[in-house]
Design a protein around this ligand. Structure first.
Ligand code: B3K
Ligand code: ZN
Length: 897
């Protein structure tokens, strides 16, 4: 049960160093599900850099106090209470031994020590360690750890913790032990242990400096056949960090462990990364191309934390983006390099497009709602609520801007200086910025505002061509913000915005760029302008005719660009821009404009009609064989319903759905033959390969199939989907075929999907991650006059395979419906909202972190149409009245404020 109900607001400005330091931590665990005994011996001393404290408060939660000793003698000047221990009369340096008990078998929060599938796991970030033993649970207390695990040998043959294995041995009564030592000082949030029946795929490699390293991927025995890709990804990540950043693996062994009950994706515990099975297990039969890519990205992400997060950690949780923004940036670059290397612009662009799409859809929305906060927040009630899109994804954009400003080499110099200065320390975002500034001899004072100002800045562009002087001027006007309740109450100020731009002539070629005052045109035809003022004009010389501007190439800053392109100009950019990101962007602008106009008409009940220029532009992309299938698929994918709804003055998911469906049907009809050809040309016969090329082909093939399923005559699509389902040798093909059959059934009110759904369930009954997909494809299906998806979802809630306690399963059904099926979730009768309230309350009693994530799906309620707004408000009030946890309370109270 969550007893963390106190809602004290923590402010960044109140940071004070810890009163005591903990040099060494010796932990002994006697593991048993119902009662685990933890003996913790702490070598402590007063912190010379802190004010002298009379008492010491050690945090502790859900712990039963057994005994305490100070320097070996019984110690009684302490008080145990529900938030921990208060200790008095402490000398300046001492050894404190605390014995306590916890109940991992009953721990449904999945924070601290818990049991999953009969095995023990821990999750300590952000503040889970004090659910294991009493401690100064804050990242600036760094200690050397020595850990002994004892458990029944038959039930828990494998005993793992951080660092290097010192010793194992047998004990009386069928028990055994293992002793581990982590040679690197670390904050307690990086502590981990695992105990249970697990097996490992092992590999030995030589690191760059010639040392042998043992790599292990630990899983339950039935999953050993799904570990190869994670191991390969880990090896690639190790090599990449050596080459790109000169960073080597610092331990003798590096372990990844998969667990099926996990609150998020994975956790970077030192030398013992613990992963949600979803981001480890993959083989062609059970995992899609997207799953393969996610495994590679998350394995990379957690491995990269070993330096950015673990060797150099955060001083306090307000600095979270110091490690998360930087590590997301690193994993994005890793995936881009893996897909295409440094010079394959098209392959890199597909990764960039995917990342920007996520940023704009989720982070821009977050920045426009009640949870808006700067990359470095000013305050929080529950830190777990601040593992956000802003801290992660916008944080990564902020890091990327350093690289855009200084180039790869300049960025590397900054990273080198950062490690040289701060290895082994707990530091701040300012320390990182200073390292980048000093290594590149730049004053980055203004750049600090990216960390302190929330909201998505808008850059409005005006252009002017003077035919008499051959001058083209580009005026950029920035509006930071909007201001948010979280930010310090100072006025928002102009940011340093790296604004990459190119100019295109009438044939579609890039023009050489010479700014007024420069002697020669720059070598590159993309120029990174530095916008530092509220408004600035850049004048380009020798421009023979009015060019077309290609703005914010490669999305060089996380801003909204406002510029009045005509439909023809967008179509031209979509066909010709040398910057692949901006080609995609032109298509998205075109589609967004068209779809929003249609959604407006749908909302008024007006008849819908599609602009011919729009389908012509799309046809050109589909037929352009010079473009990779992966790129074509991205360019042809219409903006999501959620994104479109957010762009409306009043969000109207039903109107958006109607408009988007209308466009899909028109495009299906008008490009019918092209879709058919695309389907045939992008088959990938032979054994499955998870390469970006093959994955891109499958993606385009499945987009084509989904369009063919929109035709009035669905016989062809149905035949293709059935054959594809039956013949599939991989999950990407099989799942896409199943989705198509479900959408055919939804459109016709028929039963096309039933046999396939049954077959899919039976085939994969023993593969939980695949059964998650089975729930998700049903929760995200389109509704029809005869089928409300909420009825399907409620029925699935009673399916024997549904389990609210397993976060992956809860996400596959409940979150999929509430977050990825907007037209059905926002049903006018409020049925979706009532369901949401029930589920948030039910989850709150089990797992506050997961409940709080779900709670966020109504936070933009004020922006919806009046009827929906009222329904959402009522549901929020209901949750506010019943939720107990600090996690959920913070979300709903901010939403209602
Ligand atoms: N650092 C963890 C996230 C911990 C979340 C705690 N609520 C995973 C990651 O970002 O790599
Ligand atoms: Zn991370």
């Amino acid at each position: 049960m969550a007893d963390s109900t106190s809602s004290t607001v923590i402010h960044r400005a109140d940071y004070a160093p810890p009163p005591f330091l903990i040099d060494t931590v010796t932990l002994e665990f006697d593991l048993a599900p119902a009662c685990t005994t933890v003996t913790s011996t702490l070598r402590m001393r007063r912190n010379p850099d802190a004010a002298r404290a009379g008492q010491l408060e050690l945090a502790g939660e859900q712990l039963e106090f057994v005994s305490a000793a100070l320097d070996g003698a019984p110690y009684t000047a302490l008080r145990a209470h529900e938030h921990g221990l208060t200790l008095e009369h402490l000398p300046d340096a001492f050894e404190l031994t605390l014995v306590g008990r916890c109940n991992p078998g009953q721990n449904t929060t999945l924070s601290g020590l818990y049991v999953s599938g009969g095995n023990f796991f821990t999750q300590c970030e952000a503040e889970g360690f004090h659910r294991i033993t009493w401690f100064l649970d804050r990242p600036d207390v760094m200690s050397a750890y020595h850990v002994t695990l004892r458990a029944d040998k038959a039930a828990y043959p494998v005993l793992l913790s951080n660092g290097n294995l010192l010793e194992t041995g047998d004990l009386p009564d069928g028990r055994h032990f293992a002793r581990w030592e982590d040679p690197f000082r670390k904050p307690c949030y990086l502590f981990a242990l695992v105990a249970g029946k697990l097996v490992a795929l092992e590999e030995r490699i030589r690191s760059r400096s010639g040392q042998t390293k043992l790599l292990q991927v630990w899983v339950e025995p039935q999953d050993l056949d799904k570990t190869r890709h994670a191991m390969d990804s880990l090896i690639h990540a190790i090599r990449w960090d050596e080459t790109r950043f000169g960073l080597e693996l610092d331990l003798e062994r590096f372990m990844i462990v998969a667990v099926s009950d996990f609150n998020m994706g994975a956790m970077e515990n030192k030398g013992l990364n613990i992963f949600n099975t979803k981001y480890v297990l993959a083989n062609p039969e059970t995992a899609t191309d997207t799953d393969f890519a996610h495994v590679e990205a998350v394995v990379g992400h957690e491995y990269f934390h070993n330096w950015t997060g673990n060797r150099v950690t955060c001083r306090d949780w307000f600095q979270l983006s110091l490690k998360e923004g930087l590590t997301v940036f690193r994993d994005q670059e890793f995936s881009a390099d893996m897909a295409g290397g440094e010079h394959n612009a098209a392959a890199r662009a597909t990764k960039r497009i995917e990342d920007v799409r996520v940023l704009r859809q989720a982070q821009f929305a977050e920045d426009a709602g009640p949870m808006a906060h700067p990359v470095r927040p000013e305050s929080y009630t529950e830190i777990n609520n601040f593992y956000t899109m802003t801290v992660y994804e916008k944080g990564a954009e902020v890091v990327r801007m350093y690289q855009t400003l200084f180039g790869r080499e300049g960025f590397r110099r900054g990273m080198d200086l950062y490690f040289q200065r701060h290895d082994g320390q707990a530091v701040t975002c300012d320390d990182f910025r200073h390292a980048l500034a000093d290594a590149n001899q730049r004053d980055l004072t203004q750049f600090e505002r990216w960390y302190s100002q929330a909201g998505t800045p808008r850059v409005t562009v005006d252009t002017h061509y003077d035919a008499a002087t051959y001058r083209y001027s580009v005026s950029l006007r920035q509006q930071p913000g909007p201001q948010t309740p979280d930010a310090a109450a100072r006025p928002l100020e102009p940011l340093l915005i790296p604004f990459a731009l190119g100019l295109i002539d009438a044939r579609g070629a890039d023009l050489p760029l010479r700014l007024a005052g420069e002697a020669h045109a720059a070598a590159s035809t993309t120029r990174v302008l530095e916008l530092t003022e509220a408004e600035q004009t850049f004048v380009f010389e020798d421009i023979a005719a009015r060019p077309l501007p290609s703005l914010l190439r490669n999305f060089s800053a996380p801003v909204i660009v406002a510029y009045d392109y005509s439909v023809d100009e967008l179509a031209f950019l979509l066909a010709h821009d040398s910057d692949p990101f901006n080609r995609w962007e032109a298509g998205q602008r075109l589609a967004t404009r068209e779809l929003l106009a249609l959604a407006g008409q749908a909302a008024r009940g007006a008849p819908l009609q599609l602009d011919d220029a729009f389908s012509a532009a799309f046809a050109r992309v589909l037929n352009d064989a010079t473009l990779t299938p992966a790129f074509r698929e991205l360019a042809l994918m219409l903006p999501s319903e959620a994104y479109l709804a957010e762009q409306m003055a009043e969000s109207n998911p039903a109107a958006v759905h109607q408009a988007r469906q209308f466009v899909r049907q028109r495009l299906a009809h008008e490009l019918r033959n092209e879709w058919r050809v695309a389907y045939e040309h992008n088959r990938t016969p032979g054994p499955y390969a998870a390469t970006p090329e093959a994955a891109g082909q499958r993606a385009l093939k499945h987009l084509a199939l989904s369009y063919l399923a929109e035709l009035d005559d669905t016989a062809d699509a149905e035949r293709l989907a059935r054959a594809q389902y039956a013949e599939a040798n991989n999950m990407t093909d099989r799942a896409a075929a199943l989705v198509t059959l479900i959408s055919l059934a939804a459109a016709s009110g028929g039963t096309q999907a039933e046999a396939a759904l049954d077959d899919f369930y039976r085939r994969f009954e023993n593969q939980p991650l695949v059964i998650d997909k089975w729930f998700a494809v049903q929760a995200t299906q389109r509704g029809s006059a005869t089928r409300n998806v909420i009825d399907v979802v409620r029925k699935l809630m009673t399916h024997p395979a549904f389990n609210l306690k397993n976060p992956n399963r809860a996400r596959s059904l409940i979150f999929s419906f509430c977050m990825a099926n907007p037209a059905q979730f926002h049903a006018a009768d409020g049925s979706g909202y009532a369901f949401w309230a029930e589920q948030v309350i039910a989850l709150d009693a089990l797992n506050p972190q997961v409940a709080a994530r779900l709670a966020r799906s109504l936070e933009l309620w004020r922006r919806f149409t009046p009827v929906l707004r009222e329904g959402m408000h009522a549901a929020l009030e209901k949750v506010a009245a019943q939720a107990k946890s600090r996690d959920v309370r913070e979300i709903v109270e901010k939403a209602l404020k």
